[in-house]
Design a protein around this ligand. Structure first.
Ligand code: EZ4
Ligand code: CO
Length: 403
C-alpha cells in the first residue's frame, strides 16, 4: 500500500491564477493535479482543502478508481464545476504518482501511443479581418496545421477572442467583470467574410476553426454553419449554450459544418444525448473540469462508439498540469481529433516546469515518468492570488447575454 500522507492546495498567480493540488505518499513519491476554475478559483481551493484533503489522508494512492468513486458518489452532491474540478485534481495527481512509481509516462499506462504526436490548433485573432489573416499567416509559418480564427466585429468595442497582445490571450482581465456589448446581426456579417479571406490567404490544407462562444440561437447557428460550408471549417465551436442538448438537432438539420461543444461540461451526462444521437462531431470536455483522466476516459470511450472525436479545451486557464495530462490522454486515445493550445507566459512556464514540447504544429507529452510536470513551490509563493473575473456580455439594449 502506498499511503497518502499529505495533500496541499497551492494557489499562485504567475500572470494568472492557478490552483494546484500536490499529493505526497509514504514512499516520498509526489503527484500534482490542476484544480483551476477561471474566476471561481477559491471555491475549488476551499472544496479541496476543507472537504477533500481530510478524507484522503491514509488512503492507498494506487486505488485511483476507488478514490474517484469515493469522491463522486461519496459527496452525495454530484457533478458541478467546483466538485468535478476538485475530483479532477486528485485524479491527475494519482495518475502522476502511479506513473512515477511504474517509471512510465502516463500515456503508457493508458495503453501506449496511438499516434506520433498531438495536433494542436493555435489562436489567430485581430481587431479587423486583415489583422486576423496576418496573425494566421504567422501561425502557419510557425508550422501550425490548424488555426482558430476570431476577429473583431465592426461596431462592437470588444468581443470574445480578440486580444490586445498578439502572443497571449487572457480574458480574465479585471478585478471586477468587464462589460462587453454584443450584436448577433453584426457578428453574423463578419464571420463569413473572415473565413472567405482566410481560405484565400491560407490555401486548402490548413484546418480553420471558429469559436462562437455560446452567442447564437440554434437557427442562427444553422445559418452561420451553412454560410461557412464553402470554406470547409474544421469545426464551429459552442454555437449555442448546451444546457438543452436537443438544440443541436436543429443546427444539424441545417448544416454539414462539424460541431464542437463541451468546454464547460463536467461529466458524461452533460453530453449524453449529444453523443448518443451524434449531434456533435467533437467533444471538448477536458481533464480539469470533467473529473480527471478517469472520467474523460469514459466520455471518450462513449464518444468513440458514436463516431465522435475528442477536441479538448486548452486555453491559458488550464494550467500546464492539465496540458500535460491532456497530452498523455490525446496521444493514447483512439478517437483523438485535435487539441487546443494557447501558449502560457514564461512566468507560468517557470512555475510549472514540464516535459511536453512543441514542434511544428504538434505537441508531445515527453517521456518523463508520470505526467512530466511539477510545481516550483518557492517560485509559486512569489505570486500571490489576484482576484480576476471573466467579462460579462450585454446586448445593445442593456439585456444580460451569454459571454
Ligand atoms: O473562454 O477558457 O475555446 N476556448 C475558450 C476559452 C474560454 C476560457 C474561459 O475560462 O472558449 O477562451
Ligand atoms: Co471555446
Amino acid at each position: 500500500m502506498l499511503k497518502i500522507t499529505s495533500a496541499r492546495v497551492i494557489v499562485t498567480c504567475p500572470g494568472r491564477n492557478f490552483v494546484t493540488l500536490k499529493i505526497e505518499t509514504s514512499d516520498g513519491v509526489t503527484g500534482v493535479g490542476d484544480a483551476t476554475l477561471n474566476g471561481r478559483e477559491l471555491a475549488v481551493a476551499s472544496y479541496l482543502a476543507d472537504h477533500v484533503v481530510p478524507t484522503l489522508i491514509g488512503r492507498d494512492a494506487h486505488r485511483i478508481e476507488d478514490i474517484w468513486q469515493y469522491l463522486y458518489r461519496g459527496a452525495y452532491w454530484r457533478r458541478g464545476p467546483v466538485t468535478m474540478s476538485a475530483i479532477a485534481a486528485v485524479d491527475m495527481a494519482l495518475w502522476d504518482i502511479k506513473g512515477k512509481v511504474a517509471g512510465l509516462p502516463v500515456y503508457q499506462l493508458l495503453g501506449g501511443a496511438s499516434r506520433d504526436n498531438v495536433m494542436v490548433y493555435g489562436h489567430a485573432n485581430g481587431v479587423t479581418v486583415d489583422d486576423t489573416i496576418d496573425a494566421a499567416l504567422e501561425y502557419r509559418d510557425q508550422g501550425y496545421k490548424a488555426i482558430r480564427l476570431q476577429s473583431g466585429v465592426p461596431g462592437l468595442a470588444s468581443t470574445y477572442g480578440v486580444s490586445k497582445d498578439k502572443m497571449f490571450y487572457e480574458p480574465a482581465d479585471a478585478d471586477l467583470p468587464t462589460e462587453n456589448l454584443w450584436s448577433t446581426e453584426r457578428y453574423l456579417r463578419v464571420v463569413p467574410e473572415l473565413f472567405a479571406a482566410a481560405r484565400e490567404a491560407l490555401g486548402p490544407d490548413i484546418h480553420l476553426l471558429h469559436d462562437v462562444h455560446h452567442r447564437l440561437t440554434p437557427i442562427e447557428a444553422g445559418r452561420l454553419g451553412k454560410d461557412l460550408e464553402p470554406y470547409r471549417p474544421f469545426w464551429m465551436e459552442d454555437a449555442v449554450p448546451a444546457e438543452n442538448q436537443e438544440n443541436f438537432r436543429l443546427i444539424r438539420q441545417h448544416t454539414t459544418t462539424p460541431l464542437a461543444v463541451g468546454e464547460i461540461f463536467n461529466s458524461v451526462w452533460d453530453a449524453k444525448q449529444l453523443i448518443q444521437e451524434q449531434l456533435i462531431d467533437y467533444i471538448r470536455a477536458t481533464i480539469v473540469h470533467a473529473g480527471g483522466i478517469t472520467h474523460v476516459r469514459r466520455i471518450a470511450s462513449f464518444a468513440d462508439m458514436h463516431n465522435v472525436r475528442t477536441g479538448f479545451h486548452g486555453a491559458t486557464d488550464l494550467s500546464p498540469v492539465t496540458m500535460a495530462a491532456a497530452l498523455h490522454f490525446d496521444l493514447s486515445v483512439p478517437n483523438f481529433g485535435i487539441q487546443e493550445y494557447m501558449r502560457h507566459t514564461s512566468e507560468t512556464d517557470a512555475v510549472f516546469p514540464h516535459a511536453y514540447t512543441f514542434d511544428r504544429g504538434a505537441l508531445h507529452p515527453g517521456e518523463a515518468p508520470g505526467l512530466g510536470v511539477d510545481i516550483d513551490e518557492e517560485l509559486a509563493a512569489r505570486y500571490p492570488y489576484k482576484r480576476a473575473y471573466l467579462p460579462v456580455n450585454r446586448l445593445e439594449d442593456g439585456s444580460m447575454y451569454n459571454w
